[in-house]
Ligand binder design. Sequence first.
Ligand code: PSU
Ligand code: MN
Length: 310
Amino acid sequence: MVIVNESPRFDIQYGAEVAAARRDGRPIVALESTIVSHGLPRPDNLRVAREIESAVRGAGAVPATIGMVGGRLVVGLDDAQLSHLATADGVAKLSVRDLPVAAALGADGATTVAATSAVAAAAGIGVFATGGLGGVHREASQTFDESADLTTLARTPIAVVCAGVKSILDVGATLERLETLGVTVVGYRTRRFPGFFITDSGFDLDWSVESPEQIAAALRARREQGVQGGGLIVANPLPVDEQLDPALHDRTLADGLAMLARDGVTGKAVTPFLLAHFHSATEGRSLAVNVRIILRNAELAGRIAVAAAA
Ligand code: PSU
Ligand code: MN
C-alpha cells in the first residue's frame, strides 16, 4: 500500500528485506523498538523482538522494526542492530521531537509509537503493530503528562494495531483526546476498548470491525476521502481466558502508582518504571500476557497489510 505523504522526510536506511518488499510492493508491517529496549525486561526482550517479527512473517507480511543506530534511522533493523538496541546501555527513548537531536549527535535510540508511526508513514508503510499506546496519564490535569503518541497519530496516516492503553493511564481521558484529535478508533470484533493486560477497560467504542479486509477497506476509504493526517487505531483485545487476573492487576497497579509518587518518577520515565514494576511484582505473569498481546497484534497487523496490498 503506497501512502502519499509529502512530509515529514527522514533520511532512512532500509534493511535488505524491507527494501526488496518496497520494490516489489509486498505487504510490510512496521514494529517499534521502545517496547524492546524499554518496555520488556532483559533478556526476554531480544527473544520476543524476534518472535514479533516471526508473527508478522507467519501472516504473510515483511516485518520492519524501526530504530536509530548511530544517528541513522533504520527501517528493518537487521539482527545485529536489533540485538544492539535490545542489550546496549544508553539506548535513548526517542519520540518524534527527539529525532533531530539524536540524528545530529549520532545516538542509538529506540522509537516510541509516535516516532515509529512518523517514520513508517514517511517510508510508505501503512500498518504498524505494537502492544499498547501511550496516552493521557492519571493526574494529567496537574502534570500535563500526555503522550505525544496521541498528537502524532492525529497527523500521521497509519493503522496501529494495539491492545488499547494500559490502565496505568487515564483510559477515559485518552479516548476523549483521541476523539478531539480526530483519530479513528475501531475495536477488532468488540465494542469495548481493551485495557491492555485486561480484556475490557470498561469503556465503549462506537465501531467494531470483523475482518482484516474491513480494516483495509476503511484505509482505502480514508485515502479516497482525502482527510489530512488520520491515524486509525485497531484495538485488539486479549481473549478473557488469556488476560492478567484482574484482582492481581488492580493490586499491582495501586502499588505501582504509590511507588511512582514515593520515588518522584515523572515524564518519559513513568511508562518504563510502571512496566518494570508490573513485570517484577507479578513474577513474570504480566510479561507473559504482554508477549501474547504483542504477538497477536503482530499477526493481525500482518493480515491487515496483506489485505491492504491485495
Ligand atoms: N505501552 C506499552 N509498552 C510500552 C509503551 C507503551 O504497553 O513499551 C511505550 C511505547 O513505545 C509508547 C511509549 O509509545 O511507551 C509511550 O511513552 P510516553 O508515555 O513517555 O509517551
Ligand atoms: Mn509522558
